[in-house]
Design a protein around this ligand. Structure first.
Ligand code: GTP
Ligand code: MG
Length: 227
């Protein structure tokens, strides 16, 4: 079947990149992040803008899952981000949710010009609760804020939902490069804050160990971060 062949290709490409990525051990911490949300909200565009500073208006729907790696410096620490870009299409849900395990942060995205994508946010939260761990940090993102004329979800409505769900909130544009870097940096900061809290409250954790969340087949024990 075409669909399954496509998924196998995507998986081979992920495996290749995974081997290359594993070779680079030059970091203090590694965080696994996921971008989730309905198809066409702009997840891939958001990641390309952040990792490569590029944007294309062509829509090539993601098959299965893919990832990019970017290293950032926060609070004197070299933090390697492994950012997984998931397919929004329902038919890939079994594959994509398998990658939720071990993720430390999620960017949950809707499109401010697409009401259905906004109405799906609650369902995506449920998916996170079901397939991820309790300490995963989530940021709600309303993308395509450059399209003011076609906007159907106001900023206030987005903020309200974020408050209801207890999430931080950004409106962004992958196209115009608005709040893309800020979203990732905020997510890294709140993960670090959360880990510091965990160290403070859990005497069994050792401050010098490294966080290395991995792919679904290679889950390892995670520990602490003091950044
Ligand atoms: P799936 O892979 O199917 O889950 O979709 P996706 O969420 O990855 O969407 P993608 O990034 O492929 O973007 C869908 C379409 O929206 C593309 O045509 C993009 O060019 C466009 N797009 C993405 N972000 C923005 C944005 O911030 N502003 C505008 N105007 N268009 C955007
Ligand atoms: Mg995509």
């Amino acid at each position: 079947m075409r669909h399954e062949a496509g998924v196998q290709m995507a998986s081979a490409s992920v495996d290749n990149k995974w081997q290359k990525d594993a070779a680079d051990q030059n970091f203090d911490y590694m965080f696994k992040l996921l971008i989730i949300g309905n198809s066409s909200v702009g997840k891939t565009s958001f990641l390309f803008r952040y990792a490569d500073d590029s944007f294309t208006s062509a829509f090539v729907s993601t098959v299965g899952i893919d990832f990019k790696v970017k290293t950032v410096f926060r609070q004197d620490k070299r933090v390697k981000l492994q950012i997984w870009d998931t397919a929004g299409q329902e038919r890939y849900r079994t594959i994509t949710t398998a990658y939720y395990r071990g993720a430390m942060g999620f960017i949950l995205m809707y499109d401010v010009t697409n009401e259905e994508s906004f109405n799906s946010v609650q369902d995506w939260c449920t998916q996170i609760k079901t397939y991820s761990w309790d300490n995963a940090q989530v940021i709600l993102v309303g993308n395509k804020c450059d399209m003011e004329d076609e906007r159907v979800i106001s900023t206030d409505k987005g903020k309200q939902l974020a408050d209801q769900l207890g999430l931080e909130f950004f409106e962004t544009s992958a196209k115009e490069n608005i709040n893309v870097k800020q979203t990732f940096e905020r997510l890294v900061d709140i993960i670090c804050d959360k880990m510091s809290e965990t160290i403070d409250t859990d005497q069994t954790l050792r401050p010098s160990t490294t966080i290395t969340p991995t792919d679904p087949g290679q889950q390892q024990a995670s520990s602490s971060c003091s950044c």
